[in-house]
Design a protein around this ligand. Sequence first.
Ligand SMILES: Nc1ncnc2c1ncn2[C@@H]1O[C@H](COP(=O)(O)OP(=O)(O)OP(=O)(O)O)[C@@H](O)[C@H]1O
Length: 386
Amino acid sequence: MAIRETLKGGKGEVIKNPKVFIDPLTVFKDIPFREDILKELAIAVRYFVKNSVKFSTLFLGLTGTGKTFVAMYMFNEIEEVKKEDKDYDGIIQAYVNCREVGGTPQAVLSALTEKLTGIDVPKHGINLGEYIERIKEELMHHKALVYLDEVDTLVKRRGGDIVLYQLLRVDTDISVIMISNDINIRDYMEPRVLSSLGPTVFFKPYDAEQLKYILSIYAEYGLFKGSYNDEILSYIAAISAREHGDARKAVNLLFRAAQLASGEGIIRKDHVDRAITEYEQERLIEAIKALPFHYKLALMASIRAEDVVTAHKLYTDLATEYKQKPLSYRRFSDIISELDMFGIIKVKIVNRGRAGGIRKVIEVADKEKIMKALEETMQLEYEEGL
Ligand SMILES: Nc1ncnc2c1ncn2[C@@H]1O[C@H](COP(=O)(O)OP(=O)(O)OP(=O)(O)O)[C@@H](O)[C@H]1O
């Protein structure tokens, strides 16, 4: 019976329109707290379209500060303006997430060429200059606006910044918006790349007040009236502003809490607390999946062992099993300390009393979940040759 109620979405339902949370760009008419950035960008785009003044810009800011949101909003607005203003007719837009396509210069350039020309291009066996040539050819009669998201993954690859340089300097009408959440991205660029890069736009973290306002819009469009109150929004906003003002976290927490409250008609603090616990666990799993291979081996050994000495023995066996040269005890100990600092494991120093010396005892919470995450990624990495 309860399932039928849930299927029908009747009494006690909290979420009016989930699309607001899943695809917010379909709802947001403008983007609060990012109006100035959007206006400046719109002016640059207009000069580019109407007066052929090329531009490039770097959106820089921590995660969840609205960089991709602003870029995609602009993308959509330009597509709309195309319908009204003839000058925009010949504009081609291409959005590429550098990490998602693989991050290498080859992968990014082939994805970009494909998007700009609309033709499949080989992903291997063709040199980088040829991609640029194909882009140039296509852009003899068009102008292109290129969005390179997570561009830090490209820049950190060998030759990655040179690809950017070529794109920025190519003798065609191409403007580039780059997006990065790595604040140090510019340290990875050669001086000549840096000097051809346009201005950097900083996305400041939202404060609790701003996050609350943002949440109130999601709640207004996405939730039923009366299913939330001011305190709940303030609570989520305060928590999301604590590390840094991450709107993604705030919106996710509200959506998850609303799902947990489904059937109960109102979001309570304990729904939010459960959503936070889940969120933190997911983050931990993500962090574990992103660890370097030997850290994963060390973590796996730590789960099975009680102290650091035993863990090192197990680690050595594991490394051999995975055909890796084991690291020394000293280096292993450093890794263990780092895992402790990340909060993934806990190392406690226990005095052995009269026998002398100390024993470093390892404690790991959520062993099963961590093990599962490790097994999933390690096998893959191993098969792909690390
Ligand atoms: N000003 C805003 N108004 C409404 N929602 C926002 C705003 N800023 C961010 N968001 C929400 O936060 C989510 C994350 O933002 P976005 O994808 O732009 O992050 P980002 O800065 O690109 O971070 P990352 O570097 O992690 O990709 C968006 O999908 C959107 O739901």
